[in-house]
Every structure is written in structure tokens, then in C-alpha cells.
Design a protein around this ligand. Structure first.
Ligand code: LMR
Length: 329
């Protein structure tokens, strides 16, 4: 077996062993794709400093933001290859590995973040996390951003038919794809860091994202309209490769676990604060006309998007939708 390893691979194995020996520091390269002044960006930095403090500098978490190291289409593979040790992709982006995670992207599935937490802490959440382990990941925690809003340049999006023919950038997720198809919009999948340029070059009309993601990338400066629809939740799974996690000494695992718990509690508050501040900025900039979806308008959107629920049930079974907090009451 060893003879079949290339010299590069042999060196890698040697480095791995060295990394985990007690004399050498452990380095965890944490790559993510958003800016530093975002809920994920700030949480990643806080996690790094907590781990350093709790391990007396023995474990160094190096944070690489803005997709500098890997774009969002690449970071999961890079993690599984062992090139980086930690990522926090949007749940939509892990759905190509565990498609059931698309449940989180069902339109209007959750009314607020408490409902999301309740859902993820129940049976469905457990099942989703176990599936990730089966695919070779170690889910260390869940971070959140908030609810997505629609922005575009062509017209105010008030009724479902307003989407007709407009082109949107989406994250890779079958459910999100179906959402725009049901609205008769056109769509394309791109990584987050391409959105600004696509808008600037008029390659797309619009996109959906949270206030903090919109503002952190200046997306609003390229858009005329925003509809506050809160139609979908954006959250993250903090992931390591299971094989890497299993090799870590137990006391180090405990430090990482304690740190993530501390950061996660803080991150939820920070996400709310950053999104509130970003909404304020959107109101103040005078660059986007904001429409708040009324209850009646929301019902029309929900009605138009209903077929997605049936298709999801046909494919994955009824429990994902039955367990949604709004269906349990
Ligand atoms: C997006 O691609 O729009 C988001 O996943 C970015 C992020 O990670 O918040």
C-alpha cells in the first residue's frame, strides 16, 4: 500500500501525523466565502481567538474569508481532500451531498428564527446531521444569518407574476431552483463572490439574500428594488472532515466543542444586530426602493410556490414538512 503512494502523498501523511503529535501545534485552516463584517465572518474570527485562548496557543485556527482560498463551489471538496479543515457553507450548498438539507430552503417554511431552531433541534435536525456524518463530515455546529429578501433592477416585485422573465442568481439548490421556476423567472447558479460583477455587467436582474450579505458586498448599489419577503432562511453548518475530527486528541475536541457553543450563542445575537444595521443602511442609502410584502401578497406568493411542497414530499417523504413548527400547531 505504501509503495503505491506518490511522494507528494507520503509527505502529506507525514505532515498529518506530525500535525497531531503533542509537540507540534495543530493548525486548522478555516475557509469561508463571505466578508469579515458578516455574522459568519465575525463568528469565524471569534472562534479562532477562543480556541487559541482555551488551548494556550496549541491550536491555531487560521481564517481565510471572502473565498480567497476556495470559492463556494470548491470549499466542500477542498475540505474532503484535507486541504482545509473547516468550513461553514450555507445549508443549501451541502444539499448536493445530503439532498434532504433542501428542506431548510422550502419557501415560507419558517416564520422566524425560533421556528428554525425548533425544527433543527428535533428529529429532522438529528437526521440531517447524522446523514452528514455518514457522508464523511463532522458537523460541529450551526450558525445563522437570517432571512433572505429579493432584490432586482427591473421592477418592484409585488405579485408572483412580476418575476416572469427576470434572471436571478441562485445558490446551488434544487428547491431554490424550483422556487424561481415556479415564478417563471430565469435563473443561473453562481458563487456568491460573482454576484456583484454579474449585476454590474447586467448579466442578471436580481438575486436573493440577507440584508447583511447584500450590504457587505455592495449588492444594493447595483439594484433598484428590494422586496422584504422573508421567504427563505439562510443558515450554515460548521463542518470538519470526520476523519480529521476523529484523529484529534479528546481534550482538543472538547476545546473545539466548548468554543463552538460559546460562539454560536454569541453569533445568533450578532446576526440579528448586523442584519438590523444593514436594513437601516438600505433604508438610508436612498438607492433601493423597498417594498414590504403585505400578508395578502405573501399568500399569493405562497400559493404560487405550493407545488414545490408536494414534489418535496414525493421525493423525501412527508416527515420533513409535517415536522415544520407551523404544521405542528
Ligand atoms: C450565498 O451564496 O448567497 C450565501 O451562501 C453566502 C453565505 O455564505 O452567506
Amino acid at each position: 500500500f505504501f509503495l503505491s503512494l506518490t511522494s507528494c502523498q507520503t509527505q502529506k501523511v507525514a505532515e498529518d501525523n506530525e500535525q497531531l503529535s503533542r509537540e507540534e501545534r495543530i493548525v486548522i485552516r478555516f475557509s469561508h466565502i463571505v466578508g469579515e463584517k458578516t455574522p459568519k465572518g465575525m463568528a469565524a474570527r471569534k472562534f479562532a481567538s477562543l480556541v487559541k485562548e482555551k488551548s494556550n496557543g496549541f491550536v491555531e485556527v487560521q481564517v481565510f474569508p471572502n473565498g480567497y482560498l476556495y470559492k463556494d463551489g470548491e470549499e466542500i471538496d477542498a475540505l474532503l481532500r484535507g486541504d482545509i479543515q473547516m468550513i461553514a457553507p450555507a445549508t443549501a450548498k451541502i444539499s448536493s451531498y445530503v439532498p434532504e438539507w433542501q428542506a431548510i430552503d422550502l419557501p415560507f417554511a419558517f416564520q422566524d428564527t425560533d421556528e428554525v431552531h425548533e425544527y433543527l433541534e428535533g428529529n429532522v435536525g438529528n437526521k440531517l446531521l447524522n446523514e452528514l456524518e455518514r457522508k464523511g463530515f463532522y458537523p460541529l455546529g450551526m450558525w445563522e444569518n437570517g432571512f433572505k429578501q429579493m432584490t432586482n433592477t427591473s421592477k418592484p416585485l409585488v405579485k408572483p407574476e412580476d418575476f416572469r422573465g427576470l434572471r436571478f442568481r441562485i445558490m446551488p439548490s434544487e428547491i431554490i431552483r424550483q422556487q424561481f421556476l415556479e415564478l417563471k423567472a430565469e435563473l443561473q447558479t453562481n458563487s456568491f463572490n460573482e454576484v456583484y460583477q454579474l449585476l454590474e455587467k447586467n448579466k442578471i436582474d436580481g438575486q436573493e439574500n440577507t440584508y447583511s450579505n447584500i450590504v457587505s458586498k455592495g449588492i444594493h448599489s447595483q439594484q433598484k428594488y428590494m422586496t422584504v419577503s422573508n421567504h427563505g432562511y439562510l443558515g450554515y453548518v460548521v463542518l470538519l472532515k470526520k476523519e480529521f475530527w476523529d484523529k484529534l486528541p479528546e481534550d482538543i475536541q472538547q476545546i473545539l466543542q466548548e468554543s463552538i457553543e460559546e460562539v454560536t450563542a454569541w453569533e445568533k445575537t450578532m446576526a440579528r444586530k448586523l442584519n438590523d444595521e444593514s436594513l437601516q443602511e438600505l433604508k438610508n442609502c436612498g438607492c433601493v426602493e423597498i417594498h414590504y410584502l403585505s400578508e395578502e401578497e405573501k399568500q399569493l406568493w405562497e400559493e404560487a410556490l405550493k407545488p414545490i411542497y408536494q414534489r418535496f414530499t414525493n421525493r423525501f417523504g412527508a416527515e420533513y414538512i409535517k415536522q415544520l413548527p407551523r404544521n405542528k400547531e
